[in-house]
Design a protein around this ligand. Structure first.
Ligand code: GLN
Length: 468
């Protein structure tokens, strides 16, 4: 519509802003709004009026998770520790958004330092599920998913360390892509567990997803883990590939850990794909039953190291009126971090300490290798692997509380893709009895994003729904 001059970027922005003013008091998706958005949209309108060629995402509103650095826009990680932090630089992914003239709407709510699956661990606010505000939106990129789902943005960036793009995408009924490790630069992403996390996308469909992923992927010399390779033109190659697609179905993801409603909706979706030409292949991934344990050891170990910089001296808030150095460290960290972050730092410090390193950390790293090689073998007989995303019933805000351990267990379906560095996508396929969406997850081969995106696109062509 922009290109056909049926609307202007400023009008699109005004529309999104109107939606934000209608919805935000209920949904609570944003921590900070970008005060410069109007000027960014005007720039696009002027350039288009002059006939300048612009990227397809020019003038398109995009929300950014609040752990991704944005120059001159506050970036808090939903933590008191970084409440007043205004970065002096953009993350690599944000540089690309700006270079494409996308309009950054604001910074979205999340679990503090991306630790959690519900967005309830934010130090600042509650985000509600737009499909049923009594329920969590999932997390940790809950603000990005909720904003995308209810029209408070068109697209959003999130980050996925163990499921944080896919889980909220599933619960909010949008498409969430966790790319292959090393395909998107982590430069400027405030680190939680550097060896397994990636910036990912939240969008309403496959076509929007390819545009955003195609923009942010690529080599970056400032992140030595990014792979120097060429990427296809994902948008040009988007097509329905259901016919002949071999979908691996591992019983390990459809066992007792998953609720019946979730299993039923996901299985019905798989059968619909089968009726449209896909082949369901039985595969086995015995190692995934240990994935949650390995993930929490590795992620917490890395978190304890990454978060050591927030000491009130090098980074982060400093407690006032301390009488000595030790008190300053202790109080700055005690006041700045919430309970979940403290739990992870303690667990991580423990598993890395002398005497426990071999017993926990080393074992977890071996398990990670085993899981990776099981995926490699499984991909000899299939193109993608199917699983639920969030295996349990949606959780009410402030309702039936799950213990921290039960919440970790609910990451069973998502963490393996992170441990193995594989791309994975969640796309809507039904709803539960409360109207909360349910997603299906497809895990791909390394750099197999196109196959995943084409499968999601194919599923969209057949209606996508697994409900009766
Ligand atoms: N739920 C997982 C955790 O709490 C994943 C978080 C994430 O992907 N950032 O660690």
């Amino acid at each position: 519509m922009l290109r056909r001059k049926m609307c202007t970027a400023s009008e699109i922005l005004a529309d999104i802003k109107r939606r934000i003013s209608e919805k935000e008091s209920e949904i609570g998706a944003y921590i900070t709004l970008n005060e410069n958005a109007e000027a960014e949209a005007e720039l696009v309108d002027n350039a288009l009026a002059e006939g300048t060629e612009l990227h397809p995402l020019a003038g398109i509103p995009i929300a950014v998770k609040d752990n991704i650095s944005t120059k001159k826009i506050r970036t808090t990680c939903a933590s008191k520790m970084l409440e007043d932090y205004i970065p002096s630089f953009d993350a690599a992914a944000v540089e690309k958004l700006r270079a494409a003239n996308a309009v950054i709407i604001g910074k979205t709510n999340m679990d503090e330092f991306a630790m959690g699956s519900s967005t309830e661990n934010s130090a600042f606010k509650v985000t509600r599920n737009p499909h049923n505000p009594d329920f969590i939106p999932g997390g940790s990129s809950g603000g990005s998913a909720a904003a995308t789902a209810c029209g408070e943005t068109i697209l959003a960036l999130g980050s996925d360390t163990g499921g944080s793009v896919r889980q909220p995408a599933s619960l909010c009924g949008v498409v969430g892509l966790k790319p292959t490790y090393g395909s998107v630069s982590r430069y400027g992403l405030i680190a939680f567990a550097s060896s397994i996390e990636q910036i990912g996308t939240l969008a309403r469909n496959a076509e929007d997803t390819v545009l955003l992923y195609g923009l942010i992927c690529g080599h970056d010399r400032r992140d030595a883990t990014t792979v120097n390779r060429s990427y296809p033109d994902f948008a040009a190659k988007l097509r329905n590939n259901l016919s002949g697609l071999r979908i691996g179905v591992p019983p390990e993801y459809f066992g007792n850990e998953a609720e019946d409603t979730v299993k039923a909706v996901v299985m019905r979706t798989l059968h619909a794909m089968e009726r449209n030409g896909a082949k369901l292949v039985k595969i086995s991934l015995p190692g995934v039953k240990h994935a949650v344990a390995a993930y929490y050891v590795i992620a917490s170990a890395e978190a304890s190291s990454n978060l050591a910089r927030f000491d009130g001296v090098r980074f982060g808030r400093r407690a006032k009126d301390c009488s000595n150095l030790r008190e300053m460290y202790v109080r700055s960290r005690s006041e700045g971090f919430g309970d979940e972050v403290k739990r992870r730092i303690m667990l991580g410090t423990f598993v890395l300490s002398e005497g426990y390193y071999d017993a926990y950390y080393k074992k977890a790293k071996l398990m990670q290798l085993k899981i990776s090689s099981e995926f490699d073998s499984a991909f000899e007989s299939c193109d993608v692997i199917a699983a639920p995303v969030f295996p349990v019933k949606a959780i009410k805000i402030g309702g039936r509380d799950m213990s921290p351990a039960e919440r970790c267990a609910a990451d069973i379906c998502t963490v393996s893709a992170n441990l193995a560095g594989l791309p994975a996508i969640s796309t809507p396929c039904g709803k539960d009895g409360f109207g909360v969406p349910i997603g299906i997850q497809l895990i791909g081969k390394q750099f197999g994003e196109q196959t995943l995106l084409n499968a999601v696109y194919g599923l969209e062509q057949i209606g996508g729904a697994g409900n009766d």
